[in-house]
Design a protein around this ligand. Structure first.
Ligand code: GDP
Ligand code: IMO
Ligand code: MG
Length: 451
Protein backbone atom coordinates (compact mmCIF):
# COMPACT_ATOMS: atom_id res chain seq x y z
CA UNK A 1 0.00 0.00 0.00
CA UNK A 2 1.10 3.57 -0.53
CA UNK A 3 0.44 6.79 1.36
CA UNK A 4 1.03 10.10 -0.39
CA UNK A 5 1.44 13.22 1.74
CA UNK A 6 0.70 16.47 -0.11
CA UNK A 7 0.86 20.11 0.96
CA UNK A 8 -2.64 21.61 0.49
CA UNK A 9 -1.72 25.26 0.59
CA UNK A 10 1.53 27.16 0.05
CA UNK A 11 4.07 24.87 1.70
CA UNK A 12 5.07 24.60 5.37
CA UNK A 13 1.78 23.00 6.40
CA UNK A 14 3.62 20.57 8.70
CA UNK A 15 4.19 17.75 6.19
CA UNK A 16 7.41 16.65 7.93
CA UNK A 17 5.56 16.10 11.21
CA UNK A 18 3.00 13.77 9.61
CA UNK A 19 5.57 11.94 7.49
CA UNK A 20 7.46 11.29 10.70
CA UNK A 21 4.34 10.17 12.53
CA UNK A 22 3.08 7.79 9.87
CA UNK A 23 6.59 6.97 8.64
CA UNK A 24 6.84 4.59 11.59
CA UNK A 25 4.47 2.30 9.69
CA UNK A 26 6.25 2.70 6.34
CA UNK A 27 9.18 0.69 4.99
CA UNK A 28 10.39 3.32 2.51
CA UNK A 29 9.89 7.11 2.39
CA UNK A 30 10.20 8.67 -1.06
CA UNK A 31 10.57 12.33 -2.04
CA UNK A 32 9.18 12.67 -5.60
CA UNK A 33 9.83 16.33 -6.48
CA UNK A 34 11.60 19.48 -5.41
CA UNK A 35 14.98 19.72 -3.79
CA UNK A 36 16.60 21.60 -0.94
CA UNK A 37 14.03 24.39 -1.24
CA UNK A 38 12.04 22.20 1.16
CA UNK A 39 12.41 22.54 4.90
CA UNK A 40 10.59 19.81 6.78
CA UNK A 41 10.56 19.83 10.56
CA UNK A 42 10.37 16.73 12.72
CA UNK A 43 10.20 17.08 16.50
CA UNK A 44 10.73 13.96 18.55
CA UNK A 45 10.78 14.18 22.33
CA UNK A 46 11.83 17.83 22.17
CA UNK A 47 14.68 17.23 19.67
CA UNK A 48 14.08 19.22 16.48
CA UNK A 49 15.32 18.14 13.03
CA UNK A 50 15.05 20.42 10.01
CA UNK A 51 15.38 18.41 6.82
CA UNK A 52 15.81 19.79 3.32
CA UNK A 53 16.69 16.69 1.32
CA UNK A 54 16.92 13.71 3.62
CA UNK A 55 13.38 12.24 3.66
CA UNK A 56 11.66 12.76 7.02
CA UNK A 57 11.47 9.00 7.71
CA UNK A 58 15.20 9.19 8.60
CA UNK A 59 14.46 10.23 12.18
CA UNK A 60 12.84 6.81 12.68
CA UNK A 61 15.54 5.03 10.68
CA UNK A 62 13.36 4.33 7.63
CA UNK A 63 15.20 4.16 4.30
CA UNK A 64 14.70 7.33 2.25
CA UNK A 65 14.70 7.69 -1.53
CA UNK A 66 15.16 10.84 -3.58
CA UNK A 67 13.13 9.96 -6.65
CA UNK A 68 13.80 10.74 -10.30
CA UNK A 69 11.48 13.77 -10.03
CA UNK A 70 13.77 15.46 -7.51
CA UNK A 71 16.55 17.93 -8.18
CA UNK A 72 19.48 17.12 -5.93
CA UNK A 73 22.25 19.31 -4.64
CA UNK A 74 24.64 16.57 -3.52
CA UNK A 75 26.64 18.95 -1.35
CA UNK A 76 23.56 19.85 0.72
CA UNK A 77 22.68 16.16 0.89
CA UNK A 78 26.08 15.13 2.23
CA UNK A 79 26.15 18.00 4.75
CA UNK A 80 22.71 17.05 5.97
CA UNK A 81 23.61 13.37 6.28
CA UNK A 82 26.86 14.22 8.10
CA UNK A 83 25.02 16.55 10.51
CA UNK A 84 22.42 13.89 11.27
CA UNK A 85 25.18 11.33 11.89
CA UNK A 86 26.76 13.74 14.35
CA UNK A 87 23.43 13.86 16.15
CA UNK A 88 23.42 10.08 16.46
CA UNK A 89 21.13 9.14 13.57
CA UNK A 90 22.19 6.88 10.72
CA UNK A 91 20.23 8.04 7.67
CA UNK A 92 20.03 5.52 4.84
CA UNK A 93 19.37 7.66 1.74
CA UNK A 94 19.37 6.42 -1.87
CA UNK A 95 19.24 8.73 -4.86
CA UNK A 96 17.61 7.95 -8.20
CA UNK A 97 20.15 7.78 -11.00
CA UNK A 98 17.59 9.60 -13.16
CA UNK A 99 17.32 12.55 -10.73
CA UNK A 100 18.82 15.83 -11.93
CA UNK A 101 21.75 17.54 -10.23
CA UNK A 102 21.62 21.14 -9.05
CA UNK A 103 24.95 22.55 -10.23
CA UNK A 104 26.61 25.66 -8.77
CA UNK A 105 25.71 27.64 -11.93
CA UNK A 106 22.02 26.89 -11.31
CA UNK A 107 22.18 28.60 -7.95
CA UNK A 108 24.00 31.59 -9.42
CA UNK A 109 21.44 31.87 -12.22
CA UNK A 110 18.53 31.62 -9.76
CA UNK A 111 19.93 34.67 -7.94
CA UNK A 112 20.62 36.64 -11.11
CA UNK A 113 17.18 36.02 -12.58
CA UNK A 114 15.48 37.11 -9.37
CA UNK A 115 17.53 40.32 -9.28
CA UNK A 116 16.80 41.07 -12.92
CA UNK A 117 13.07 40.49 -12.45
CA UNK A 118 13.03 42.71 -9.36
CA UNK A 119 14.69 45.55 -11.31
CA UNK A 120 12.49 45.19 -14.38
CA UNK A 121 9.00 46.74 -14.40
CA UNK A 122 7.79 43.93 -16.62
CA UNK A 123 9.15 41.16 -14.40
CA UNK A 124 7.98 39.85 -11.05
CA UNK A 125 10.50 38.44 -8.62
CA UNK A 126 9.13 35.19 -7.21
CA UNK A 127 11.04 35.34 -3.95
CA UNK A 128 12.65 31.95 -4.56
CA UNK A 129 14.72 30.15 -1.97
CA UNK A 130 17.79 30.77 -4.15
CA UNK A 131 18.61 27.06 -4.27
CA UNK A 132 18.76 26.83 -8.07
CA UNK A 133 15.52 24.86 -8.34
CA UNK A 134 14.00 26.67 -11.35
CA UNK A 135 17.18 26.72 -13.49
CA UNK A 136 17.76 22.99 -12.83
CA UNK A 137 14.23 22.01 -13.91
CA UNK A 138 14.67 24.28 -16.96
CA UNK A 139 17.74 22.29 -17.98
CA UNK A 140 15.92 19.02 -17.35
CA UNK A 141 13.09 20.05 -19.70
CA UNK A 142 15.63 21.54 -22.11
CA UNK A 143 17.46 18.19 -22.30
CA UNK A 144 20.76 19.66 -21.22
CA UNK A 145 20.60 18.62 -17.58
CA UNK A 146 23.17 16.62 -15.65
CA UNK A 147 21.77 13.57 -13.92
CA UNK A 148 23.04 11.63 -10.92
CA UNK A 149 24.03 8.82 -13.33
CA UNK A 150 26.36 11.26 -15.14
CA UNK A 151 28.32 11.84 -11.92
CA UNK A 152 29.20 8.14 -11.92
CA UNK A 153 30.78 8.37 -15.37
CA UNK A 154 33.58 10.99 -15.52
CA UNK A 155 33.73 11.00 -19.34
CA UNK A 156 29.99 11.53 -19.72
CA UNK A 157 30.18 14.23 -17.05
CA UNK A 158 32.92 16.12 -18.91
CA UNK A 159 31.01 15.96 -22.16
CA UNK A 160 27.84 17.34 -20.56
CA UNK A 161 29.73 20.10 -18.78
CA UNK A 162 31.54 21.10 -21.96
CA UNK A 163 28.17 21.54 -23.64
CA UNK A 164 26.27 23.26 -20.82
CA UNK A 165 28.80 25.51 -19.10
CA UNK A 166 29.72 27.81 -22.04
CA UNK A 167 25.99 28.34 -22.63
CA UNK A 168 25.49 29.35 -19.01
CA UNK A 169 28.44 31.71 -19.15
CA UNK A 170 27.06 33.28 -22.32
CA UNK A 171 23.67 33.67 -20.66
CA UNK A 172 25.20 35.56 -17.76
CA UNK A 173 27.51 37.71 -19.89
CA UNK A 174 25.61 38.26 -23.12
CA UNK A 175 21.98 38.16 -21.99
CA UNK A 176 22.22 39.54 -18.47
CA UNK A 177 25.25 41.69 -19.32
CA UNK A 178 27.24 40.71 -16.23
CA UNK A 179 30.99 40.08 -16.10
CA UNK A 180 32.37 37.05 -14.30
CA UNK A 181 36.06 37.82 -13.83
CA UNK A 182 38.56 35.20 -12.62
CA UNK A 183 38.55 36.65 -9.10
CA UNK A 184 34.74 36.68 -8.92
CA UNK A 185 33.50 34.27 -6.25
CA UNK A 186 31.11 32.89 -8.86
CA UNK A 187 33.92 32.04 -11.31
CA UNK A 188 34.23 28.40 -10.23
CA UNK A 189 30.57 27.85 -11.03
CA UNK A 190 31.44 28.42 -14.70
CA UNK A 191 34.77 26.59 -14.82
CA UNK A 192 34.50 23.19 -16.53
CA UNK A 193 37.68 21.75 -14.98
CA UNK A 194 36.81 22.84 -11.44
CA UNK A 195 33.25 21.54 -11.78
CA UNK A 196 34.45 18.26 -13.23
CA UNK A 197 36.89 17.67 -10.41
CA UNK A 198 34.34 18.48 -7.72
CA UNK A 199 31.41 16.54 -9.17
CA UNK A 200 33.40 13.48 -10.24
CA UNK A 201 34.52 13.24 -6.59
CA UNK A 202 30.89 13.52 -5.51
CA UNK A 203 30.10 10.68 -7.92
CA UNK A 204 32.81 8.58 -6.25
CA UNK A 205 31.30 9.13 -2.80
CA UNK A 206 27.82 8.25 -4.12
CA UNK A 207 29.26 5.05 -5.60
CA UNK A 208 31.40 4.17 -2.54
CA UNK A 209 28.42 4.53 -0.25
CA UNK A 210 26.20 2.63 -2.72
CA UNK A 211 23.72 5.48 -2.62
CA UNK A 212 22.37 5.42 -6.17
CA UNK A 213 19.41 3.35 -7.36
CA UNK A 214 17.26 2.67 -10.37
CA UNK A 215 14.32 4.16 -8.51
CA UNK A 216 11.43 2.59 -10.45
CA UNK A 217 13.03 -0.84 -10.29
CA UNK A 218 13.94 -0.53 -6.59
CA UNK A 219 10.45 0.59 -5.57
CA UNK A 220 8.83 -2.06 -7.75
CA UNK A 221 10.79 -4.74 -5.93
CA UNK A 222 9.98 -3.28 -2.50
CA UNK A 223 6.32 -3.05 -3.41
CA UNK A 224 6.25 -6.64 -4.73
CA UNK A 225 7.77 -7.76 -1.43
CA UNK A 226 4.76 -6.21 0.34
CA UNK A 227 6.55 -3.15 1.69
CA UNK A 228 4.62 0.02 2.51
CA UNK A 229 5.70 3.13 0.60
CA UNK A 230 5.19 6.65 1.89
CA UNK A 231 5.53 9.49 -0.64
CA UNK A 232 6.66 12.73 1.00
CA UNK A 233 5.47 15.71 -1.02
CA UNK A 234 7.40 18.94 -0.68
CA UNK A 235 6.06 22.49 -1.18
CA UNK A 236 2.28 22.80 -1.70
CA UNK A 237 -0.58 22.72 -4.21
CA UNK A 238 -0.76 26.48 -4.74
CA UNK A 239 2.92 26.71 -5.65
CA UNK A 240 2.66 23.76 -8.08
CA UNK A 241 3.94 24.84 -11.51
CA UNK A 242 0.74 23.56 -13.18
CA UNK A 243 -1.97 23.89 -10.55
CA UNK A 244 -0.62 26.77 -8.48
CA UNK A 245 -0.43 30.54 -8.60
CA UNK A 246 1.76 30.85 -11.71
CA UNK A 247 4.29 32.49 -11.99
CA UNK A 248 4.69 32.68 -8.18
CA UNK A 249 5.33 28.96 -8.01
CA UNK A 250 8.10 26.48 -7.61
CA UNK A 251 9.19 24.61 -10.76
CA UNK A 252 7.86 21.14 -9.90
CA UNK A 253 4.54 19.40 -9.16
CA UNK A 254 3.90 18.91 -5.45
CA UNK A 255 0.41 17.52 -6.24
CA UNK A 256 -0.24 13.80 -5.91
CA UNK A 257 0.02 12.83 -9.60
CA UNK A 258 3.71 13.59 -9.43
CA UNK A 259 4.22 10.87 -6.82
CA UNK A 260 3.89 8.42 -9.69
CA UNK A 261 5.86 10.33 -12.33
CA UNK A 262 8.57 11.36 -9.88
CA UNK A 263 9.22 7.86 -8.57
CA UNK A 264 8.32 5.40 -11.31
CA UNK A 265 5.60 3.72 -9.23
CA UNK A 266 2.54 3.26 -11.45
CA UNK A 267 -0.44 5.60 -11.13
CA UNK A 268 -2.73 2.69 -10.31
CA UNK A 269 -0.57 1.75 -7.33
CA UNK A 270 -0.44 5.34 -6.07
CA UNK A 271 -4.16 5.74 -6.78
CA UNK A 272 -5.01 2.54 -4.90
CA UNK A 273 -3.40 4.01 -1.82
CA UNK A 274 -4.24 6.90 0.46
CA UNK A 275 -3.60 10.55 -0.43
CA UNK A 276 -3.58 12.82 2.59
CA UNK A 277 -3.58 16.61 2.24
CA UNK A 278 -1.75 18.45 4.98
CA UNK A 279 -3.58 21.61 5.97
CA UNK A 280 -2.46 24.45 8.20
CA UNK A 281 -5.46 25.74 10.22
CA UNK A 282 -4.67 29.22 8.87
CA UNK A 283 -2.46 30.28 5.93
CA UNK A 284 1.20 31.12 5.65
CA UNK A 285 3.17 32.13 2.58
CA UNK A 286 6.86 32.83 2.04
CA UNK A 287 7.75 34.56 -1.17
CA UNK A 288 5.69 36.79 -3.44
CA UNK A 289 2.21 36.49 -4.93
CA UNK A 290 -1.36 37.22 -3.84
CA UNK A 291 -2.94 35.98 -0.63
CA UNK A 292 -6.60 37.11 -0.57
CA UNK A 293 -7.11 36.41 3.15
CA UNK A 294 -3.81 37.97 4.24
CA UNK A 295 -3.94 39.70 7.61
CA UNK A 296 -2.39 42.99 6.51
CA UNK A 297 -5.39 45.33 6.09
CA UNK A 298 -4.84 47.55 9.14
CA UNK A 299 -2.81 47.77 12.35
CA UNK A 300 -5.16 45.36 14.20
CA UNK A 301 -4.79 42.73 11.49
CA UNK A 302 -1.03 43.19 11.42
CA UNK A 303 -0.87 42.77 15.20
CA UNK A 304 -2.91 39.57 14.91
CA UNK A 305 -0.60 38.29 12.14
CA UNK A 306 2.41 39.05 14.38
CA UNK A 307 0.79 37.15 17.22
CA UNK A 308 0.09 34.07 15.07
CA UNK A 309 3.56 34.29 13.49
CA UNK A 310 5.21 34.27 16.91
CA UNK A 311 3.02 31.52 18.38
CA UNK A 312 3.32 29.36 15.27
CA UNK A 313 7.05 30.02 14.74
CA UNK A 314 6.23 31.19 11.23
CA UNK A 315 9.71 31.92 9.92
CA UNK A 316 11.03 30.08 6.85
CA UNK A 317 12.92 26.87 7.68
CA UNK A 318 15.24 27.33 4.69
CA UNK A 319 15.68 31.11 4.46
CA UNK A 320 14.50 32.40 7.87
CA UNK A 321 12.11 34.86 6.17
CA UNK A 322 8.99 35.84 8.20
CA UNK A 323 5.98 34.07 6.69
CA UNK A 324 2.93 36.11 5.62
CA UNK A 325 -0.22 35.07 7.52
CA UNK A 326 -3.89 34.80 6.46
CA UNK A 327 -7.20 33.20 7.44
CA UNK A 328 -8.00 29.69 6.25
CA UNK A 329 -9.11 29.83 2.62
CA UNK A 330 -11.59 27.10 1.59
CA UNK A 331 -11.54 27.84 -2.16
CA UNK A 332 -7.82 27.00 -2.03
CA UNK A 333 -8.52 23.77 -0.15
CA UNK A 334 -11.26 22.70 -2.57
CA UNK A 335 -8.84 23.10 -5.46
CA UNK A 336 -6.19 21.11 -3.58
CA UNK A 337 -8.59 18.29 -2.66
CA UNK A 338 -9.73 18.00 -6.28
CA UNK A 339 -6.40 18.06 -8.08
CA UNK A 340 -4.79 15.50 -5.77
CA UNK A 341 -7.89 13.44 -4.94
CA UNK A 342 -7.48 13.57 -1.18
CA UNK A 343 -8.77 10.57 0.73
CA UNK A 344 -8.21 12.44 4.00
CA UNK A 345 -6.68 15.56 5.50
CA UNK A 346 -4.53 16.30 8.54
CA UNK A 347 -5.10 19.76 10.02
CA UNK A 348 -2.14 21.20 11.89
CA UNK A 349 -1.57 24.22 14.13
CA UNK A 350 -4.98 24.05 15.80
CA UNK A 351 -3.18 25.00 19.03
CA UNK A 352 -1.88 28.21 17.43
CA UNK A 353 -5.42 29.51 16.83
CA UNK A 354 -6.42 29.07 20.51
CA UNK A 355 -7.16 32.22 22.49
CA UNK A 356 -8.10 34.49 19.56
CA UNK A 357 -10.75 37.21 19.93
CA UNK A 358 -12.19 36.48 16.52
CA UNK A 359 -11.91 33.61 14.04
CA UNK A 360 -12.75 33.90 10.36
CA UNK A 361 -12.78 31.41 7.49
CA UNK A 362 -13.02 32.32 3.82
CA UNK A 363 -15.77 30.20 2.24
CA UNK A 364 -15.75 31.70 -1.26
CA UNK A 365 -14.66 34.72 -3.28
CA UNK A 366 -16.54 37.60 -4.84
CA UNK A 367 -15.23 38.61 -8.27
CA UNK A 368 -16.93 40.94 -10.75
CA UNK A 369 -20.35 40.34 -9.20
CA UNK A 370 -19.92 36.56 -9.25
CA UNK A 371 -19.33 34.14 -6.42
CA UNK A 372 -16.50 31.63 -6.89
CA UNK A 373 -15.98 28.49 -4.83
CA UNK A 374 -12.48 27.79 -6.12
CA UNK A 375 -9.32 29.61 -7.19
CA UNK A 376 -9.28 31.42 -10.55
CA UNK A 377 -6.54 30.49 -13.00
CA UNK A 378 -4.68 33.79 -13.27
CA UNK A 379 -2.78 35.82 -10.70
CA UNK A 380 -4.58 38.93 -11.87
CA UNK A 381 -8.04 37.49 -11.19
CA UNK A 382 -7.01 35.87 -7.91
CA UNK A 383 -5.56 39.16 -6.71
CA UNK A 384 -8.90 40.87 -7.32
CA UNK A 385 -10.94 38.26 -5.41
CA UNK A 386 -12.74 39.56 -2.32
CA UNK A 387 -12.92 36.87 0.34
CA UNK A 388 -16.39 35.99 1.66
CA UNK A 389 -16.00 35.21 5.35
CA UNK A 390 -17.87 33.19 7.90
CA UNK A 391 -17.09 33.96 11.55
CA UNK A 392 -16.79 30.93 13.81
CA UNK A 393 -16.50 30.54 17.58
CA UNK A 394 -13.05 30.75 19.14
CA UNK A 395 -11.56 28.38 21.70
CA UNK A 396 -9.33 28.77 24.73
CA UNK A 397 -5.75 27.43 24.98
CA UNK A 398 -5.60 23.78 26.03
CA UNK A 399 -3.02 21.25 27.17
CA UNK A 400 -1.81 19.75 23.87
CA UNK A 401 -0.21 16.60 25.28
CA UNK A 402 -3.25 15.79 27.40
CA UNK A 403 -5.60 16.33 24.44
CA UNK A 404 -3.41 14.25 22.10
CA UNK A 405 -3.48 11.42 24.60
CA UNK A 406 -7.19 11.64 25.40
CA UNK A 407 -8.26 11.88 21.74
CA UNK A 408 -10.47 13.97 19.49
CA UNK A 409 -13.34 14.48 21.94
CA UNK A 410 -10.95 16.19 24.36
CA UNK A 411 -10.47 19.09 21.92
CA UNK A 412 -12.47 22.23 22.78
CA UNK A 413 -15.94 22.07 21.22
CA UNK A 414 -15.35 25.19 19.09
CA UNK A 415 -12.16 23.63 17.68
CA UNK A 416 -14.09 20.48 16.73
CA UNK A 417 -16.76 22.65 15.11
CA UNK A 418 -14.05 24.44 13.11
CA UNK A 419 -12.56 21.13 11.95
CA UNK A 420 -15.92 19.61 11.06
CA UNK A 421 -16.90 22.76 9.14
CA UNK A 422 -13.65 22.47 7.14
CA UNK A 423 -14.12 18.74 6.47
CA UNK A 424 -17.73 19.26 5.33
CA UNK A 425 -16.82 22.11 3.01
CA UNK A 426 -14.20 20.06 1.18
CA UNK A 427 -16.03 16.78 1.58
CA UNK A 428 -12.95 15.02 2.95
CA UNK A 429 -12.57 13.27 6.32
CA UNK A 430 -10.08 14.41 8.93
CA UNK A 431 -7.43 11.81 9.69
CA UNK A 432 -5.36 13.80 12.18
CA UNK A 433 -5.24 17.08 14.06
CA UNK A 434 -1.95 18.74 14.95
CA UNK A 435 -1.94 20.42 18.36
CA UNK A 436 1.80 21.02 18.66
CA UNK A 437 5.06 20.35 16.81
CA UNK A 438 6.07 17.17 18.65
CA UNK A 439 5.36 13.69 17.26
CA UNK A 440 3.16 13.01 20.27
CA UNK A 441 1.18 16.24 19.87
CA UNK A 442 -1.13 14.89 17.21
CA UNK A 443 -4.69 13.70 17.69
CA UNK A 444 -5.05 10.73 15.37
CA UNK A 445 -8.50 9.76 14.11
CA UNK A 446 -7.36 7.43 11.32
CA UNK A 447 -3.99 5.91 10.59
CA UNK A 448 -3.95 5.74 6.76
CA UNK A 449 -1.78 2.61 6.83
CA UNK A 450 -4.56 0.85 8.72
CA UNK A 451 -7.35 1.91 6.33
P1 GDP B 1 6.68 21.40 6.19
O1 GDP B 1 7.58 22.11 5.26
O2 GDP B 1 5.30 21.21 5.63
O3 GDP B 1 7.24 20.09 6.71
O4 GDP B 1 6.51 22.35 7.45
P2 GDP B 1 7.67 23.18 8.19
O5 GDP B 1 8.49 22.25 8.99
O6 GDP B 1 8.38 24.09 7.25
O7 GDP B 1 6.82 24.15 9.09
C1 GDP B 1 5.91 23.68 10.03
C2 GDP B 1 6.31 24.19 11.43
O8 GDP B 1 5.24 24.00 12.31
C3 GDP B 1 7.45 23.42 12.04
O9 GDP B 1 8.16 24.27 12.91
C4 GDP B 1 6.76 22.32 12.81
O10 GDP B 1 7.52 21.81 13.90
C5 GDP B 1 5.56 23.05 13.33
N1 GDP B 1 4.32 22.27 13.49
C6 GDP B 1 3.88 21.21 12.77
N2 GDP B 1 2.64 20.85 13.21
C7 GDP B 1 2.33 21.72 14.20
C8 GDP B 1 1.17 21.89 15.04
O11 GDP B 1 0.17 21.18 14.94
N3 GDP B 1 1.23 22.92 15.96
C9 GDP B 1 2.32 23.72 16.08
N4 GDP B 1 2.27 24.71 17.00
N5 GDP B 1 3.39 23.61 15.29
C10 GDP B 1 3.40 22.61 14.38
P1 IMO C 1 8.26 22.99 2.05
O1 IMO C 1 8.52 21.64 1.44
C1 IMO C 1 7.10 27.15 1.36
C2 IMO C 1 8.43 28.98 -2.40
C3 IMO C 1 9.48 30.08 -2.37
C4 IMO C 1 9.06 30.89 -3.57
C5 IMO C 1 8.61 29.82 -4.57
C6 IMO C 1 9.68 29.41 -5.58
O2 IMO C 1 9.09 23.28 3.24
O3 IMO C 1 6.81 23.19 2.27
P2 IMO C 1 11.90 27.97 -5.42
O4 IMO C 1 13.13 28.17 -4.61
O5 IMO C 1 11.20 26.66 -5.15
O6 IMO C 1 12.11 28.21 -6.88
O7 IMO C 1 10.89 29.13 -4.93
O8 IMO C 1 8.25 28.69 -3.78
N1 IMO C 1 8.82 27.73 -1.74
C7 IMO C 1 8.30 27.28 -0.58
N2 IMO C 1 7.43 27.87 0.27
N3 IMO C 1 7.56 25.91 1.62
C8 IMO C 1 8.41 25.30 0.77
O9 IMO C 1 8.80 24.01 0.91
C9 IMO C 1 8.85 26.00 -0.38
N4 IMO C 1 9.70 25.71 -1.40
C10 IMO C 1 9.66 26.76 -2.23
O10 IMO C 1 9.41 30.82 -1.18
O11 IMO C 1 7.93 31.68 -3.27
MG1 MG D 1 8.80 23.79 5.20
Amino acid sequence: MTLTIVGSQLGDEGKGALVDRWGGDADVVVRYQGGDNAGHTVVEGGAEYKLSLVPSGAVRGTVGILGNGCVVNPKTLFTEIDDLRERGLDPDVRVARRAHVIMPYHRVLDGIEEEVKADDDAGDAVGTTGRGIGPTYEDKAGRRGIRIADLLDPDALREKLEYAVPQKRALVEDVYGLEIGDDDERAEAFDVDALHEEFAAIGERLADEEMTVNCADYLHRRSEAGDEILFEGAQGTHIDVDHGNYPFVTSSNPTAGAASVGSGVGVTTVGDGEVVGIVKAYLSRVGEGPLPTELDGDADEEALADDIREKGGEFGTVTGRPRRIGWLDLPMLRHAARVSGFTGVAVNHVDVLAGLDELKVCTGYGLEGEELDTVPTTTDRWERCEPIYETLDTWEPFDSSAVAEAGYDALPEAARDYLEFLADEIDTPIYAVGVGPDREETVELTNPFEE
